[in-house]
Design a protein around this ligand. Structure first.
Ligand code: NAP
Ligand code: COA
Length: 268
């Protein structure tokens, strides 16, 4: 069991899906947990849930595309919980679309949430990171290193996220701050899977392609984040770590063929 008692953990995008799962894991391990996302309703619900797990929890509504909103959120977390031991940046947007079916604004919306948003999160949190000692984790995606149909925006954005991880692992290493990316594979009960694997046939095709034979869980990702933020990972920085049952080693081909069929159906 990991313990994060008296530690401060900030999870951006931590009000649903995988990121809320990460927040839950740290809450159960005794951390003070702060979450951020756009919807005040989702923030309130997540904070309530984290408190019910016994954690000191707080939240703030902010759009990662707006730097000043994040600065205000981070300042409020620092005032209440002190310097940050762990920062998780996981806000993201995704929809399947061919590059030529996207407006410039559609492409930009994903770049601005995933890539620029990650930069904003890291920059806004930086003054409050514990130095030395903080662990920063960017939640990436296999699209960062596998070209995938209908995902040019996400592939571009997440490749940028992983390069930012490596750059800041170098720049912040001398201050004792570690920066890593965690790359979830197909994770059950998530908005990402709802959007990219909308049919049972596609979900089955994906599981068939996972050597470990199952989808990942929120806990699989949360446990990895706790390990990376623990003393057992004190020499690990600048790593892009897939947590995907070896799925990404096989590429996207099977699920992409099925997705091709879905996307080629006439829309009602
Ligand atoms: P999700 O439930 O939709 O989580 C996204 C979170 O980000 C929500 O809390 C959302 O809340 C917040 N968010 C979105 N846009 C935002 C913005 N502009 N500003 C601030 N917060 C914003 O999705 P998920 O599937 O669990 O994905 C979570 C992370 O895992 C993402 O980084 C995704 O790329 C990565 N991932 C997922 C999978 C998968 O299997 N699902 C696989 C690989 C990687 P609001 O709507 O309130 O803003
Ligand atoms: N195909 C093509 N373009 C699309 C699209 C689709 N399926 N969905 C949205 N767009 C376009 C919109 O038309 C708009 O472009 P326009 O202004 O030229 O018309 C642009 O994308 C932005 O859409 P909008 O809904 O205004 O943006 P938003 O800021 O409210 O939401 C999204 C951002 C689009 C990424 C939205 O899906 C979102 O909020 N996602 C968060 C949750 C999520 O994606 N979770 C999974 C994470 S893996």
């Amino acid at each position: 069991m990991f313990t994060f008692e008296n530690k401060t953990v900030v999870v951006v995008g931590g009000t649903s899906g995988i990121n809320l799962g990460i927040a839950r894991c740290f809450a159960k391990a005794g951390a003070n947990v702060a979450v951020v996302s756009r919807s005040q309703e989702k923030v309130d619900a997540a904070v309530k849930e984290l408190k019910a797990l016994g954690a000191n929890a707080m939240g703030a509504s902010a759009d990662v595309r707006h730097f000043e909103e994040l600065v205000n959120a981070m300042d409020s977390f620092k005032d209440r919980f002190g310097e940050f031991d762990v920062l998780v940046s996981g806000a993201a947007g995704n929809f399947p679309a061919k590059a030529m079916d996207m407006s410039a604004n559609a492409f930009a919306s994903v770049i601005n949430i995933d890539l620029l948003g990650t930069f904003h999160v890291m920059k806004a949190a930086y003054p409050h990171l514990k130095k030395p000692g903080a662990s920063v984790i960017n939640i990436s995606a296999p699209q960062s290193y596998i070209a995938a149909d209908f995902q040019s925006h996400v592939c571009s954005a997440k490749a940028g996220v992983d390069m930012l991880t490596k750059n800041l692992a170098r720049e912040w290493g001398c201050e004792g701050v570690r920066v890593n990316s965690v790359v979830p594979g197909p994770i059950e009960a998530t908005e990402g899977m709802n959007r990219l694997a909308p049919t049972k046939a596609l979900q089955d095709a994906i599981i068939d392609n996972v050597p470990l034979g199952r989808n990942g869980t929120h806990e699989d990702i949360g446990n990895c984040c706790m390990f990376l933020s623990s003393q057992f990972a004190s020499y690990i920085s600048g790593v892009i770590l897939p947590v995907d049952g070896a799925w990404s080693l096989g590429g996207y081909s099977v699920s992409m063929n099925a997705m091709q069929n879905i996307m080629s159906q006439p829309k009602n």
